[in-house]
Design a protein around this ligand. Structure first.
Ligand code: NDP
Length: 252
């Protein structure tokens, strides 16, 4: 069987790191991207290699769509050099950071930043990676529980995640002809550096989320990464165009 290869954007920390390691544990080689934390990304590469899999870390700013053609070129070269192929099997659109601002206070610049990081990036990076993605490949787009329930301060961010969920269905519709599945994974609140680590470090927020979660605690990265890896396994090949919330039952 040919070696499967996945690309996880934002694989240096948090959910992307957990996903990359879970894929490696499942026998999949991984290309991760990072924005600025190269050392953390190289550490993830080392951990993947320790699991006996190949990995490479590449820089990518998903807010800069004009750089995507050059990124795809570098990716092709790396795939060719390390795997003797120019193709991938899995794409996990994970990278990104949030802003916390009330609807009344959100500036146009903040809104544009959220569009670029969370919506435009997934649209155009996926589009430009299509020639690299094998027929029969899989795409997972990260949304958020906040696209289903509303908490104050996330209107711009959550609106983009809502857009991702619609985009996922359209991508699935159009890419089905190539046997490519596209699904949304929507995590609840997870203890990562996201949003300045608010959910992890602010005890009031942490307690509130736990109290609103059926399973009685806040999520951790390894509640998400192994789930994404499982969704990419062959057992889930018929799951398509779905939004799967992974929140321990938050705000149900
Ligand atoms: P983290 O802040 O822990 O990690 C963010 C990752 O994305 C890092 O690898 C970072 O790279 C990279 N990144 C940040 N901005 C950019 C950018 N402009 N271009 C490219 N890469 C970038 O976040 P999480 O792991 O928590 O979040 C991952 C995804 O999950 C996001 O899409 C987020 O919206 C979503 N999510 C998170 C939830 C949570 O509660 N944590 C809940 C629901 C959804 P570097 O290390 O180099 O800075």
């Amino acid at each position: 069987m040919t070696q499967k290869i996945g690309l996880v954007t934002g694989g240096s920390r948090g959910l992307g790191k957990s996903t990359a390691l879970a894929l490696a544990a499942q026998g999949i080689d991984v290309v991760i991207t990072y924005l600025s934390q190269q050392a953390a990304a190289e550490q993830v590469v080392a951990e993947i290699q320790a699991l006996g899999r190949k990995a490479v870390a590449l820089p990518l700013d998903v807010a800069q769509a004009s750089t995507f053609p050059a990124f795809v070129q570098v990716l092709r070269e790396q795939l060719s050099q390390h795997w003797q192929t120019e193709h991938l099997d899995y794409l996990v659109n994970n990278a990104g950071t949030g802003i916390h601002a009330a609807f009344t206070d959100t500036t146009e610049a903040q809104f544009d930043q959220m569009v670029n990081i969370h919506l435009k990036s997934v649209f155009f990076l996926s589009q430009q990676l299509l020639p690299v993605l094998n027929n029969g490949g899989r795409i997972i787009n990260l949304s958020s529980g906040l696209a289903r329930f509303a908490l104050p301060g996330y209107s711009a961010y959550a609106a983009m995640k809502g857009g991702i969920e619609v985009l996922t269905r359209f991508m699935a519709k159009e890419l089905g002809a190539r046997n490519i599945t596209v699904n949304t994974v929507a995590p609840g609140a997870i203890e990562t550096d996201f949003g300045g680590g608010l959910v992890r470090d602010n005890q009031d927020v942490n307690r509130y989320v736990a109290s609103q979660t059926a399973l009685g605690r806040v999520g951790v990265p390894d509640d998400i990464g192994p789930m994404i890896a499982a969704l990419l396994s062959d057992s889930n090949r018929w799951v398509n165009a779905q939004r799967i919330e992974v929140s321990g039952g938050m705000l149900i």
